[in-house]
Design a protein around this ligand. Structure first.
Ligand code: SF4
Ligand code: SF4
Length: 437
């Protein structure tokens, strides 16, 4: 795409990077076929190519974003399906990140929108606050239809509808089931923010499997949210601070000894963590450390595929595997969990339109509930058409979005690996061991 930024504009590193990304786009439109919002809405401005054009106009003219531009950029899921499809290697992720940050700094959203976004950024990354908010949300759920009728309050209605009836007990300090007899190495397990509140069983399963493979694990003191939630809201300052805090926490842990990797069970976090080198590239103190640390980040499926798993107990379960966008498009690791599950003796099936997002996408299912709901229903339809015993994925957002719409149990891939290699059954199967031989 031809651009006409001034040399003054290009003196800004973020603008220069975006200009280089935009120039790579050759308008071919291949990406439109695999974009969930274009598939659903059929509007060119809700396609990757259309959004690239809108971002180019906005940045080139240093313009105040219009409500129309903001609407189309907000509707992007950041699912990165377009980056998998694009033959020209357009780095859409960093372009849309820049666009969101530009909008956040240069556009005054309506009051309700501002308040809701501030509330999300102030609650979700903090497990204690989130626990309280979900508890109150559960009590206030009957008010959801009322909020749905008030203009601008649809996200509040979506939050209330998603508040669970009850939460698992707050995670206690990490407990080892048994330190491996001969330790082959150690990993840092990343805790994150949302997952330990909603599904602490994911991280617990990973720790058990890791131990069973003869690897020790540790949680780094002082780490917190990866920053992705703030980042996708355009609040770059907050995401940079989250990255700095985590890099420092892991730097301190690495000073105690080397690790095989820094591992996460949330692929949405993994995509963000792997990008810390880029996020902190201009940080005078931490740029180099962030690059080194980003190279250590691995998804749980990535780590487990490198370890020697114990022999698996055969299973009669049919698993529908949902590849999270952050795993298949963000990290290009989509097939790994399927291979792991097959290695563990499960029959694994992949749904139609596997490349399409389930609509979770961080805070997207709260901020864009209508589109997210349609994508969620479409995804669940394809998954249930496989007639599975269980749906497995590797991201807390997807698990929550799919579980809210399906009667089929939804678990993490690692929970099934844990079960097959000697661990406890995932919660939905705890009273039913007949599936394991
Ligand atoms: S990130 Fe996803 S929703 Fe956004 S333009 Fe690309 S394919 Fe479409
Ligand atoms: S596939 Fe790539 S090059 Fe083609 S229009 Fe989309 S972003 Fe541009």
């Amino acid at each position: 795409m031809r651009t006409s930024f001034t040399s003054e504009q290009l003196a800004d590193p973020a603008t220069a990077e975006s200009e280089a990304i935009i120039r790579k786009c050759v308008h071919c439109g291949f990406c439109t076929a695999t974009c969930p919002t274009y598939t659903l809405l059929g509007d060119e401005l809700d396609s990757p190519r259309g959004r690239i054009y809108l971002l180019k106009e906005m940045l080139e003219n240093a313009a105040e974003p219009t409500p129309q531009v903001v609407r189309h950029i907000d509707r992007c899921l950041s699912c990165l399906s377009c980056t998998t499809t694009c033959p020209s290697g357009v780095d859409y992720m960093h372009l849309i990140d820049h666009g969101r940050a530009y909008i956040e700094s240069n556009y005054r959203r309506p009051l309700a929108d501002r308040l809701i976004r501030r509330m999300l950024a102030g609650i979700l990354p903090y497990p204690r606050r989130m626990r309280v908010a979900l508890g109150l949300g559960g009590l206030a759920r009957p008010l959801a239809p009322l909020f749905a009728r008030i203009p601008g309050m649809a996200p509040i209605a979506a939050m209330l509808r998603m508040a669970p009836d009850s939460l698992p007990a707050a995670a206690s300090p990490p407990v080892r089931t048994g330190r491996p007899a001969s330790v082959k190495g150690r990993v840092i397990v990343f805790g994150g923010c949302v997952e330990p509140v909603l599904r602490p069983s994911f991280g617990a399963a990973l720790k058990r499997v890791v131990e069973r493979c003869g690897v020790d694990w540790v949680e780094a003191q002082g780490e917190g949210c990866c920053g992705a939630l703030a980042h996708h809201l355009g609040r770059t300052g907050e995401s940079v601070e989250a990255a700095r805090r985590n890099v420092r926490a892991w730097q301190a842990e690495l000073a105690r000894g080397p690790v095989l990797g820094i591992v996460t069970t949330a692929s949405g976090c993994g995509t963000m963590l792997k990008d810390y080198g880029h996020l902190l590239q201009d940080d005078p103190e931490l740029a180099e450390t962030a690059r080194e640390i980003a190279a250590l980040i691995c998804d749980s499926s990535e780590l487990l595929s490198r370890l020697d798993l114990p022999p698996a107990v055969p299973s009669s379960l049919t698993v529908a595997y949902h590849a999270a966008c952050s795993l298949q498009h963000g990290q290009k690791l989509g097939p790994l969990p399927k291979r792991l599950l097959e290695q563990c003796g499960y029959t694994v099936r992949t749904p139609a339109e596997a490349h399409l997002c389930c609509g979770s996408a961080g805070t997207y299912n709260l901020l864009q509930p209508e589109i997210a709901g349609k994508l969620g229903d479409r995804k669940v339809g394809h998954l249930e058409a496989l007639r599975p015993d269980v749906i497995a994925t590797s991201n807390i957002g997807c698990a929550t979005q799919i579980a809210a719409r399906s009667g089929v149990p939804v678990v993490h891939v690692v929970e099934l690996v844990d079960w097959a290699t000697g661990g406890p059954a995932p919660a939905p199967f705890q009273l039913d061991r007949k599936h394991m031989a």
